[in-house]
Write a protein of this length. Structure first.
Lengths: 178, 155
């Protein structure tokens, strides 16, 4: 079974309780329809497990197939530098079908960023190194497509519907509480 | 699952079409590592399928000076369409006639299905298999094993 080769650390975007007993790491692509389907499921898991779950998102843009995946990742990273990572992350998935320059500018305004600065960050690939590091770390951890989830460092090879994921998380939490 | 060739065995030579009018022989690539990725068929309906993933990981393979070749029993025109649809930047070899002959030579053919296994080979610069791996047909083996094998090659 594949294991996460890069532990969750300071370079990661995390949401939730940092001392939670279960950490869910998602490797995702903003233009991947399957990741779009997983997005509300992760939200539901966060709501369901509350402070017991820490969620981490890492970039795995399949750029050759999804031309907007990398610009969208740049947009999220840029927003992250201004403390707006998750707002941008969520809006990108909620508007996945309209990814493009126009949407990025619109979302920038919506979360309180300067659209021109965001455009520059995308054009100059300002966060390319971070995105590429996420990607290669993912490859080395056995990410073979998107989305790929890791629960406490172990790759989750089963389905990623709410029931399957929440059962897997329950099992981890149960083992931890013993 | 089939018994694929193992590390230490010489990689069987082949010469297959990679475009409608161009052939590629393994021996042409002597002197650099080669990643040979057998897969069952073009156009599998998965997002981020095996070949698309390798396409993204290409810069990492290139850091090792390695060439990657995808290989299936599909014909050249099918490969051509698949390659364009996925925007692939590496060759796909057509193990088409006699069907699956190269897959058989590597022990990676599934006669019951008429396709090759998902089998990976890393061949060193001298044409010797350095690493091989067979994955269940439904499981995309990813690229971590290939990268590890390339790293482990003697410099």
């Amino acid at each position: 079974m594949s294991k996460l080769s890069i532990p969750v650390g300071a370079n990661d975007h995390t949401q939730g309780n940092s001392s939670a007993n279960c950490t869910l790491v998602e490797y995702g692509d903003y233009q991947c329809p399957s990741c779009g389907q997983a997005y509300p499921i992760v939200k539901k898991l966060q709501k369901h497990f509350g402070s017991k779950l820490l969620v981490v998102f890492r970039n795995f843009p399949l750029s050759q197939m999804h031309p907007w995946a990398e610009p969208a990742a740049e947009a999220a990273e840029f927003a992250g530098q201004q403390g707006k990572y998750w707002e941008m992350h969520d809006l990108l998935y909620e508007n996945q079908e309209n990814l493009g320059e126009e949407l990025f500018a619109e979302l920038a305004t919506k979360v309180g960023l300067v659209p021109e600065q965001l455009q520059t960050a995308i054009a100059e690939h300002a966060n390319h190194a971070h995105i590429r590091a996420d990607f290669t770390g993912g490859v080395r951890s056995g990410v073979n497509g998107t989305p790929t989830f890791f629960l406490n460092g172990q790759r989750h090879d089963e389905a990623y519907d709410f029931e399957t994921l929440s059962a897997a998380i329950d099992e981890i939490l149960k083992a931890k509480s013993k | 699952m089939a018994n694929i060739l193992k590390a230490g065995q010489p990689a069987p030579e082949f010469s297959l079409n990679v475009t409608p009018d161009q052939k590629l022989s393994l021996s042409e690539l002597l002197g650099k590592p080669v990643v040979l990725a057998f897969y069952p068929a073009d156009f599998s309906p998965v997002c981020g399928d095996q070949m698309a993933l390798y396409n993204e990981v290409l810069p990492e393979f290139q850091k090792h000076g390695a060439e990657i070749i995808g290989i299936s029993v599909d014909g050249v025109w099918c490969h051509d369409a698949f390659s364009k649809a996925r925007n692939l930047h590496f060759p796909l070899a057509a193990d088409f006639e006699p069907k699956g002959e190269v897959a058989r030579a590597y022990g990676a053919y599934r006669p019951q299905d008429g396709v090759s296994e998902r089998a990976l080979f890393v061949i060193d610069k001298n044409g010797v298999i350095a690493w091989s791996y067979i994955s269940p047909l439904a499981v995309n083996p990813g690229a971590d094993g290939i990268l590890q094998a390339l790293e482990d090659l003697p410099k």
